[in-house]
Design a protein around this ligand. Structure first.
Ligand code: CP
Length: 307
C-alpha cells in the first residue's frame, strides 16, 4: 500500500507517468468516468480548504467513485478529543482512500502509520502540500513544455508556505532549475531547505527582498499569500501582509512568456487587474488540480485505465 506524504515519495519517473496520465484525462475525461466505480474517498479536513478538498471530491466523482468526510475539526470527533490515529483506523473501515489536512506538521505521517488505506497528505501545517506540488508541476509542464532549465521565482511567505517547501523539494530533481527566493527577512526560506535541499543538491539560488529586481529573469513567478493563521502575533502579520503586490505595472518588467502561478487563495498579493493578463495562470492551475488528483487516486488505488 502506498501513501503520498511528501513529493519525494514518488520517483521522477512516477511523477512523469502521473503527469502523462493527467494529460490523457484532460484530453478525454469521459474515458475515465467509471474506473473507480464502487470506490470511496474520505476527505478528513481539520483545517479550512476550498480547492484541495473540493478538487479531491470532484476528482473522485469524475472517476465514478463516491465521497464522504468532514470539512472541519469541529464537525468531527476530534472536537471530543479523538486522536488522528484512532480516527484513521475508523475511516479505514468506511473508505478505500483518504485525504487528510491538518494544522500540525507530521499529522498525515501519523495517520499513515495507523491506516489500513492509502493516506494522502492534503497539507500538514507549514510542512508539505504534495498534491499542490503535483498540480504545480502539471501546470508548469503544460505551460512551458518542460520542468528542466527554468528560473523559478518564489515570492512572499517562504517561511511558513508549505506549497513552496514542497515545490522546491520536487523541482530540485530536474536539471537546470534555478530559484530566486523573494521574501522579507522575517519570512525567508527555512534553514533546512536552504542547507539540506538547495546547497546539498548544488542547486543555484539567490535570495532577494525586491520583486522588481527578480522579475526580468523569471520563467515562472510563484506568488504566495502571507498566511495570517501561521502568525503568533497579529502586529507582525499586519506589518508583513502587503509586502508584495503584483500589479500590471510590475508585470511590464516580466518576460512575455513568464507565467504567474499561485496556489490560492489570494488575498492582496496579486491585484485583480493582473487576472486579465494572459500570463496569469493561477485559475488554470486550479483546474489542473482536478486532473492530477484523478491520476493520483487511480495510482494509489491501482485501478486500471479503461480505453
Ligand atoms: N491551494 C490550496 O491548498 O487551497 P485551499 O486551502 O483552498 O485547499
Amino acid at each position: 500500500m502506498r501513501h503520498l506524504l511528501n513529493p519525494l515519495d514518488f520517483t521522477v519517473e512516477e511523477i512523469d507517468e502521473l503527469l502523462a496520465l493527467a494529460g490523457e484525462i484532460e484530453k478525454d475525461p469521459s474515458r475515465f468516468a467509471h474506473v473507480c466505480d464502487g470506490k470511496k474517498l474520505a476527505t478528513c479536513f481539520y483545517e479550512p480548504s476550498t480547492r484541495t478538498r473540493l478538487s479531491f471530491e470532484s476528482a473522485m466523482l469524475s472517476l465514478g467513485g463516491s465521497v464522504l468526510g468532514f470539512a472541519s475539526a469541529d464537525s468531527s470527533s476530534a472536537a471530543k478529543g479523538e486522536s488522528i490515529a484512532d480516527t484513521i483506523r475508523i475511516i479505514s473501515c468506511y473508505a478505500d482512500i483518504c485525504a487528510v489536512r491538518h494544522p500540525k506538521e507530521g499529522a498525515a505521517l501519523v495517520a499513515s502509520l495507523h491506516s489500513g488505506i492509502p493516506v494522502i497528505n492534503a497539507g500538514d501545517g507549514g510542512h508539505q502540500h504534495p498534491t499542490q506540488t503535483l498540480t504545480d508541476l502539471l501546470t508548469i509542464h503544460s505551460l512551458k513544455g518542460r520542468l528542466s532549465d527554468l528560473t523559478i521565482g518564489l515570492c512572499g511567505d517562504l517561511k511558513f508556505g508549505r506549497t513552496v517547501h514542497s515545490l522546491i523539494n520536487a523541482l530540485v530533481r530536474y536539471p537546470g532549475v534555478r530559484f530566486i527566493l523573494i521574501s522579507p527577512p522575517e519570512l525567508k526560506i527555512p534553514e533546512y531547505i536552504r542547507q539540506d535541499v538547495l546547497r546539498a543538491g548544488h542547486v543555484e539560488f539567490k535570495e532577494l527582498g525586491n520583486l522588481d529586481e527578480a522579475l526580468p529573469e523569471l520563467d515562472i513567478l510563484y506568488m504566495t499569500r502571507v498566511q495570517r493563521e501561521r502568525f503568533f502575533n497579529e502586529e507582525d502579520y499586519i506589518r508583513l501582509k502587503d509586502c508584495y503586490i503584483l500589479t500590471p505595472k510590475k508585470m511590464k518588467l516580466a518576460k512575455e512568456d513568464m507565467y504567474i502561478l499561485h496556489p490560492l487563495p489570494r488575498v492582496n498579493e496579486i491585484s485583480v487587474e493582473v487576472d486579465k493578463d494572459p500570463r496569469a495562470a493561477y485559475f488554470r492551475q486550479a483546474q489542473y488540480g482536478v486532473y492530477i488528483r484523478m491520476a493520483l487516486i487511480m495510482k494509489l488505488l491501482e485501478v486500471e485505465k479503461r480505453c
